[in-house]
Design a protein around this ligand. Structure first.
Ligand SMILES: Nc1nc2c(c(=O)[nH]1)N[C@H]1C(S)=C(S)[C@@H](COP(=O)(O)OP(=O)(O)OC[C@H]3O[C@@H](n4cnc5c(=O)[nH]c(N)nc54)[C@H](O)[C@@H]3O)O[C@H]1N2
Ligand SMILES: Nc1nc2c(c(=O)[nH]1)N[C@H]1C(S)=C(S)[C@@H](COP(=O)(O)OP(=O)(O)OC[C@H]3O[C@@H](n4cnc5c(=O)[nH]c(N)nc54)[C@H](O)[C@@H]3O)O[C@H]1N2
Ligand code: SF4
Ligand SMILES: [Mo]
Length: 710
């Protein structure tokens, strides 16, 4: 019998590339390859999908059975147990905490509602009576999401690079992060479309840009406001769109009156003429704004995004070919975020208002928040201090928060303090290592998923092969827990109507007219859509217009207009350098794949990129191990120097997600070479998204060999 090839979508990251899976006779995935016929990815793909995902699935160290801790927490002593025993023990633990401290003492953690597991974990917690679920979006795309919702744009992804005359990339490095976008930008460049790049680092995109602005980190908001100023001054904005669809234009005009390119140039340390040129190029519509993580996850991130979102609006580039397309979906289809806001699946509002962090960040946490999640940093504090109330049990799935949240030591201390910690994972990692029970999770090759691809417009489908060992999906785990909690009289509401993934997927597909059979056959489903659908429906804001002046922000006493918020901290004599974290590498996805030989061969060490003048001033040579400490940070981190003039003098650029599966448990070196060991999660936060800075951090550096003198 010959191998069989089936169409699927790589689900390993949010790019959602069309894939072809080759199945061997045993039904295992023998090969993952790009699908050149896929309508949105057109054959774009990356090594994480080709090698990372199948090797992860078939890894010899893959967790295949539930484990119970037998020694001290973190001692690395485990005993294999049955699923029934594991779920019974977790249910006992959750019920005991619930009885003693109330349902709000239970939390879930997951990456966010981009995968079905996000929605499932949120609903599981709601079922137990708790609105508390953690998502890592305050560290990821949270600032843009809050700005997008406040402004009412609903542009998510959907940059129409294929049809644009000008792309404006701000804090985005698609060369490493997104092969579909990178291929589209190269095609656009080949047909002479313009490219503007705002990035302190000379990325491959910066190298092909018409205008590259290498600004001081964290000052992009000033440049965005200056571009607004220039367009208003030159009357190059779309007067019709503004008159018909924008709320608060006059207030915006007043706000940016003083925000001249010269003003921004002095703040951002770039040439005013380059800002003028960027504004003029962007004004040659259609133009598309591509915002990235480099300006998100920052204590001024929402205000930075609001400046660029206002630019998209007043230039009329919303939902026009070559501009920024609003998220499209087929009528009747349900997205995960809609599910979270669906009144059938909600807790009483009074309970949701008690979501941890909803008092401080109402636009982020709780019922008004984007994903109704809680504020992570506040949850970690609640675990350690019982403020605002005790949090004593956690169910964590598909996130490695001991590595990926700032202040790894504190996160670990908080997890260790719990009465019950259950972690679902594919392989042992620093988060699972301190759990009481570890559950083997399916990988994305083993989960049949259906989702709206916001950059599509497309319904993406991921095919599944049978799970290895006893691995289960989040829905299966949730159903098992739910049954047991119900038997213990420990549930608040029956919010999870599905027992199987096919039922859940059928719910998402709703009456969209797109069938699971069609998706299984083709691997995707495109659907017809109209641009400018707002002409019928208006915008989802209090005024029904694009809110340049955001009424919801005003209601909470927050700045209703886009405005400049300076970076929280500047370099000083003690901490003379700035640290940028999270620079993406093609080999790794955050903390994933450190257990794969090919990836470690390509990227063996946690790199820190240092400008030659900075390296010379610190006596650092290529390949030296160095130590980096951040002002007001909880500790230091060891990294390996790469000397390059791609980064700015005085700016250290590093990645994230480092730990070593071969190092001793339970930390696996995550407190030594993981940059989050050096970052604080208790620093000043964005007033709207609760995000703290993971870049632009004042820091100092010394050679590891000189540690004794430092
Ligand atoms: N290979 C790989 N791909 C990934 C991921 C991965 O881990 N590995 N992760 C995925 C995820 S979850 C995300 S969120 C995305 C993130 O991917 P992107 O959105 O591209 O974001 P980053 O790679 O964090 O940073 C992009 C650029 O921002 C720049 N930058 C840093 N600080 C500033 C600043 O203050 N201003 C400006 N203008 N630029 C700044 C950096 O120099 C960098 O070039 O990537 C996704 N794709
Ligand atoms: N300092 C600093 N911290 C950061 C960032 C930064 O730039 N700097 N970036 C932040 C960002 S943007 C993000 S998104 C978070 C990421 O944070 P995490 O989501 O915690 O990171 P991952 O390592 O991607 O996922 C952790 C585990 O979840 C499972 N998993 C999650 N998603 C998938 C999936 O799609 N497929 C498979 N097979 N397994 C999965 C795997 O078991 C993996 O080991 O980190 C954030 N933390
Ligand atoms: S970029 Fe790579 S990991 Fe992400 S979906 Fe595409 S192939 Fe998969
Ligand atoms: Mo992310």
């Amino acid at each position: 019998m010959s191998n069989r090839i089936i169409p699927s979508t790589c689900w390993e990251c949010g790019t959602l590339c069309g894939a072809l899976l080759t199945l061997d006779n045993a039904g295992r995935v023998a090969k993952v390859a790009p699908n050149p016929d896929h309508p949105t990815s057109k054959g774009a793909f990356c090594v994480k999908g080709i090698r990372g995902l199948p090797e992860w699935t078939d890894h010899p160290e893959r967790l295949l059975h539930p484990l119970r801790r037998v020694g001290e927490r973190g001692s690395g002593q485990w005993q294999r147990i049955s699923w029934d025993d594991a779920l019974d023990e977790i249910a006992d633990g959750l019920a005991a905490v619930r009885a003693k401290h109330g349902p709000l003492a239970l939390v879930g953690a997951v990456s966010g509602a981009f995968f079905s597991r996000g929605a499932i974990v949120a609903l599981l917690l709601r079922l137990l009576g708790s609105p508390n679920w953690m998502i890592n979006q305050d560290l990821c795309g949270g600032c843009r999401a809050v700005s997008d919702r406040l402004t009412g744009l609903n542009i998510g992804r959907g940059e129409d690079i294929e049809n644009t005359r000008c792309s404006l990339l701000v804090g985005r490095n698609p060369h490493a992060a997104d092969p579909i976008q990178w291929a589209a930008l190269k095609r656009a460049k080949a047909r002479s479309a313009r490219l503007i790049v705002l990035d302190p680092y000379r990325t491959p995109a910066a190298e092909m840009a018409d205008v590259w602005l290498s600004a001081r980190p964290g000052t992009d908001g000033a440049i965005g406001l200056a571009m607004l100023h220039a367009m208003i001054r030159d009357r190059t904005y779309d007067t019709d769109f503004v008159a018909r669809w924008c709320h608060g234009f006059e207030a915006l005009v007043a706000r940016v009156a003083e925000c001249t390119p010269a003003w921004a140039a002095s703040i951002a340390d770039v040439a005013a003429a380059d800002i003028e040129r960027a504004a003029a190029l962007y004004a040659e519509a259609p133009a598309t704004f591509v915002g990235g993580h480099g300006i998100d996850a920052a204590s001024n991130g929402v205000q930075t995004f609001r400046a660029f979102h206002a630019l998209v609006a007043i230039s009329g580039n919303l939902d026009r070919p070559g501009g920024n397309r609003r998220v499209k979906k087929p009528p009747g289809f349900r997205t995960y975020v809609e599910l979270l806001h669906d009144k059938h699946f909600r807790l009483p509002e009074a309970t949701e208002r008690r979501t941890i962090g909803a008092d401080r960040f109402p636009l982020w946490a709780g019922p008004e928040g984007w994903q109704t999640a809680c504020h992570n940093a506040s949850v970690i504090e609640a675990m350690l201090t019982d403020v605002p109330y005790p949090v004593r049990a956690a169910y964590i799935s598909g996130v490695n928060i001991a590595v990926t949240y700032p202040d790894a030591r504190r996160t670990l201390a908080a997890l260790r303090s719990l009465d019950l910690l259950a972690v679902a994972a594919h392989s042992m990692n620093p988060t699972a290592a301190v759990a009481d029970l570890v559950l083997p999770k399916t990988t994305t090759l083993e989960e049949e998923e259906v989702t709206l691809d916001p950059s599509g417009p497309n319904i993406a489908y991921t095919a599944a092969v049978p799970a290895r060992g006893e691995a289960r999906s989040d829905l299966e785990i949730a159903v098992g827990l739910l049954d047991r909690m119900r038997a213990r009289g420990a549930i608040t509401a029956d919010l999870l109507p599905w027992r199987r993934q096919t039922e859940f997927n059928a719910h998402l597909l709703g009456n969209s007219g797109i069938s699971l059979e069609k998706l299984r056959r083709d691997g995707w489903a495109q659907f017809p859509y109209e641009l400018r659908d707002f002409e019928q429906r208006g915008f989802a804001t209090p005024t029904g217009k694009v809110e340049l002046y955001a009424e919801a922000a005003a209601r909470h006493g927050l700045d209703p207009l886009p405005g400049y918020v300076a970076p929280r901290s500047a370099a000083s004599d003690d901490f003379p350098l700035l640290l940028q974290t999270g620079f993406r590498e093609k080999t790794y996805h955050h903390s994933r794949f450190r257990d794969q030989a090919w990836a470690r061969k390509v990227s063996p060490d946690p790199e820190v990129r240092i400008h030659p003048t900075t390296a010379a001033a610190h006596g650092v040579a290529e390949g030296d191990w160095v130590v980096v400490a951040v002002r007001d940070g909880p500790g230091a981190c060891r990294l390996r120097a790469t000397i390059t003039d791609r980064t700015q003098p005085g700016l250290l650029t590093t990645g994230m997600g480092w730990w070593l599966p071969e190092a001793p448990a339970p930390d696996y070196a995550a407190l030594e070479i993981n940059v989050n060991a050096a970052l604080s999660y208790r620093a000043a936060a964005d007033a709207m998204s609760g995000s703290v800075d993971i870049g632009g951090l004042p820091c100092r550096l010394w050679r590891l060999a000189d540690t004794a003198d430092a």
